[in-house]
Design a binder for this molecule. Structure first.
Ligand SMILES: NC(=O)c1ccc[n+]([C@@H]2O[C@H](COP(=O)([O-])OP(=O)(O)OC[C@H]3O[C@@H](n4cnc5c(N)ncnc54)[C@H](O)[C@@H]3O)[C@@H](O)[C@H]2O)c1
Ligand SMILES: N[C@H](CO)Cc1c[nH]c[nH+]1
Ligand SMILES: [Zn+2]
Length: 437
C-alpha cells in the first residue's frame, strides 16, 4: 500500500527521491488567484458566490450572529467542553512561556537600544471545516493571539450545509474563548475577505486584518501565499504530514496507528516512515493494511497512503535516516528509536518533534500544550509553527545622549560620505554647531 523507497545503497543527492505531493500550493495558485481578485473587486458578493459554489450554502450574512455562538456553547456536550477547557489551559501555559522579554542593551555609556515586542492590532484566524471540522484549531489560533495581547480577533470557518453556519463545536470553542467576531466563510475567499476587508450584506464592515494565520487545505494555503505582503501570514500550514523515524525497536502497531491517524485529514495528507529496519518496514506495512480496512475514513486514508506523497523509506543506518528526515522537513516528526531524546536533539528540520512512544502526534493535535498549526511541504526548513511571537512585532527603540552621539558622530559622517549620502551626516553635524571631532 505504501510505496517503498530503498536507500540502503546510499543517499546520493536525495534530489527527486523524497515523497512529495503531486499537487502542491504552486500548482493551484492559478486556480486561486481569480478567486482572490474577485473578492478584492466585488467584496462580500464574491465571498458568498464562492461559498455557494464550493460549500453549497449561502449564509444571509457573513458574520455569525452572537445568538448562534451562544447557542453552540449551551449545546456543547460536557465531555467535549471539559476537553476544550483542558486543551485551552495547556495551550495557554505552553504559549505564555513563549512571550519574549523586553531587552534593554547599553551599547555604550549613554547609548541604549531596547528590543520591544508589540502585538499586532487585528488578526484573522482561519479554522478549517471542509472534510473535517477543527474546534482544536480554534484553540491553537486564538490562544496565542490572546496571550500576545492582540485586541482585534476575527475567526472564519466554512459554513456547514446542515446549519448554514460554521460547525457548532467550532463556534462553541470561539464562545468559550470569548471570541465574538466569527465569519461563515472558508477557502481562498475567506482568506481574501480577511486580507482586503469588505462590507457584509447587512451593511456592517468587515475590517481588514494585519495578520492571517491558520491551517487549511491546498487552496487556503495558496490564498495565504497570495495575500503575503498585504498582510503577514504564519507558515504555510497545508495538508498534514507525519514522518516517523524508527528503528527495529519501534512497535509496528504504534507506528502504523500514527501513520493512519494523520492520513485521515485529507487525500493529500502525507504519511512517511523512515526506518533503518527492513523488518520493521514490513511489519508496519502489514499493520497499516489491517488498520485501513477498519478505519472510519477509509477512502481518504487510502488515497493519502497510496499517493506519491506517502512512502516507506528504508535507510542503511541511523545517520542516513536523520539526513532523510532533515531533507524531508516534516510538519510532524516522531522519533521511535533507541535513545529517542538524543536522536531528537540532532534533528534540524521539522515543524514539531514527538519524542518516544508516549508522545504520538495526536497528543500534540489536541492537548500537549504545543501548537498544531505547523509548516508543511518542506517549509519547516525555514519557518516555524504558530506561536505567540507570530502575533508580535519587534521594535527597536534607540535612545542616545548628547555625549554618546558626539562620540560616534565621526563614524556616522565617514559612512554617510562613503555612501555619498551627505545629508545623513549633516543631520548629525547640525546638532553640534561647534563641530564634531
Ligand atoms: N499544517 C497544519 O498545521 C494543519 C492543521 C490542521 C489541518 N490541516 C490541514 O487542513 C486541511 C483542512 O482541509 P479541509 O478541506 O478539510 O478544510 P478547509 O477549510 O481547509 O477547506 C475547505 C474549503 O476549501 C474550499 N475549496 C474546496 N474545494 C475547492 C476547489 N476545488 N477550489 C477552490 N477552493 C476549494 C472551499 O471553499 C471550502 O470552504 C487538511 O488538508 C488538513 O490536513 C493542516
Ligand atoms: N494534525 C493536524 C495538524 O496537521 C491538527 C489536527 C487537528 N485535529 C486533528 N489534527
Ligand atoms: Zn491531526
Amino acid at each position: 500500500m505504501l510505496r517503498r523507497i530503498d536507500l540502503r545503497q546510499g543517499l546520493g543527492s536525495l534530489n527527486g527521491l523524497l515523497p512529495r505531493a503531486a499537487a502542491d500550493v504552486a500548482s493551484v495558485i492559478d486556480q486561486v488567484e481569480p478567486l482572490v481578485s474577485d473578492v478584492r473587486r466585488r467584496g462580500a458578493q464574491a465571498v458568498l458566490d464562492a461559498t455557494e459554489k464550493f460549500d453549497g450554502v449561502r449564509p444571509a450574512t457573513l458574520r455569525v450572529p452572537q445568538q448562534v455562538i451562544d447557542d453552540a456553547v449551551a449545546g456543547l456536550a460536557p465531555e467535549v467542553r471539559a476537553a476544550l477547557d483542558e486543551a485551552i489551559t495547556r495551550v495557554r501555559v505552553g504559549h505564555r512561556a513563549q512571550i519574549p522579554t523586553e531587552r534593554v542593551t547599553q551599547i555604550v555609556p549613554g547609548g541604549i537600544v531596547t528590543q520591544r515586542w508589540v502585538p499586532v492590532g487585528r488578526v484573522g484566524l482561519y479554522v478549517p471545516g471542509g472534510l473535517a471540522v477543527y474546534p482544536s484549531s480554534v484553540v491553537m489560533n486564538v490562544v496565542p493571539a490572546q496571550v500576545a495581547g492582540v485586541r482585534g480577533i476575527a475567526v472564519t470557518s466554512p459554513p456547514q450545509q446542515a446549519t448554514g453556519w460554521p460547525d457548532p463545536t467550532v463556534l462553541a470553542a470561539c464562545g468559550l474563548l470569548g471570541v465574538t467576531e466569527v465569519y461563515a466563510a472558508g477557502g481562498a475567499q475567506a482568506i481574501a475577505m480577511l486580507g482586503y476587508g469588505t462590507v457584509d450584506t447587512d451593511g456592517t464592515s468587515i475590517r481588514p486584518v494585519d495578520v492571517i494565520t491558520g491551517p487549511g487545505n491546498v487552496y487556503v494555503t495558496a490564498a495565504k501565499r497570495l495575500m503575503r505582503g498585504i498582510v503577514s501570514i504564519d507558515a504555510e500550514a497545508g495538508p498534514t504530514e507525519i514522518a516517523v523515524l524508527a528503528d527495529e525497536k519501534a512497535d509496528p502497531e504504534h507506528v502504523a496507528a500514527d501513520l493512519v491517524s494523520q492520513a485521515e485529514h485529507d487525500p493529500m495528507a502525507a504519511s512517511v516512515l523512515i526506518t533503518t529496519s527492513k523488518a520493521l518496514a514490513d511489519a508496519v506495512e502489514d499493520a497499516v493494511i489491517n488498520r485501513v480496512v477498519r478505519t472510519r475514513h477509509r477512502d481518504r486514508v487510502t488515497a493519502a497512503l497510496t499517493g506519491q506523497q506517502s512512502a516507506i523509506v528504508v535507510c542503511a543506518n541511523l545517520e542516513d535516516a536523520i539526513k532523510v528526515a532533515d531533507a524531508y522537513a516534516a510538519e510532524h516528526l516522531e522519533i521511535q528509536t533507541a535513545d529517542a531524546p538524543v536522536v531528537a536533539r540532532r534533528i534540524r528540520n521539522a515543524g514539531a518533534i514527538f519524542v518516544g512512544r508516549w508522545s504520538p502526534v495526536s497528543l500534540g493535535d489536541y492537548a500537549a500544550g504545543s501548537n498544531h498549526v505547523l509548516p508543511t511541504a518542506g517549509c519547516a526548513r525555514f519557518s516555524s509553527g504558530l506561536a505567540t511571537t507570530t502575533f508580535l512585532k519587534q521594535m527597536q527603540v534607540v535612545e542616545y545622549s548628547k555625549e554618546a552621539l558626539a562620540a560616534v558622530a565621526p563614524h556616522v559622517l565617514a559612512l554617510s560620505a562613503a555612501e555619498d549620502l551627505p545629508a545623513h551626516g549633516e543631520a548629525v553635524s547640525a546638532r553640534f554647531p561647534d563641530g564634531v571631532r
